[in-house]
Ligand binder design. Sequence first.
Ligand SMILES: CC(C)(COP(=O)(O)OP(=O)(O)OC[C@H]1O[C@@H](n2cnc3c(N)ncnc32)[C@H](O)[C@@H]1OP(=O)(O)O)[C@@H](O)C(=O)NCCC(=O)NCCS
Length: 146
Amino acid sequence: MYQIKRMDEDNVEGVALLEKDNFTDGWSLESLKEEIDNPDALYLVIEDDENKKTVASAGLIVSFDTADIMNVSVSKDYRRQSLAYKLLTKLIEEGRKIGVREFTLEVREGNAPARALYEKLGFKCEGIRPDFYSNPKEGAAIYWLR
Ligand SMILES: CC(C)(COP(=O)(O)OP(=O)(O)OC[C@H]1O[C@@H](n2cnc3c(N)ncnc32)[C@H](O)[C@@H]1OP(=O)(O)O)[C@@H](O)C(=O)NCCC(=O)NCCS
């Protein structure tokens, strides 16, 4: 069984590990820790009850009625079990409760699994920002859920 929880001091190191494993330029532990106390941030994780491992993460940074979705990742051994879908559904629901009306995110153009995930959640691609990412250089697809 899995639990969806707020990111906190107990699981933030697990989120930093997910960042390290899944991204070439992932967030550091220090940057993630700052979001725990950020009143404009809401970060959720999924924990595996069996081994207490943090296996998925996703966050919102809120500005007025708009929120940026950040740090979406799922541990390699736990993929294709709808964890990202469930976590983002919960994150969007929690965001709406605190007044968010529009959600946006950027994703590497070539990241087909993530783009399919966002499209399944109802996000629409509204533009491409060329060369947005480095290491390796790639454009960003900009998605909105309005
Ligand atoms: C993208 C990622 C978060 C998906 O996590 P996940 O838990 O495996 O995704 P889910 O099981 O919830 O899948 C939900 C939907 O996403 C799409 N999807 C997920 N993985 C996919 C894949 N490998 N290929 C095609 N579609 C995929 C499908 O539409 C899927 O729905 P379906 O199961 O009905 O086909 C995960 O692959 C990951 O962590 N990737 C590395 C980090 C990353 O790229 N993060 C996004 C940065 S913007």
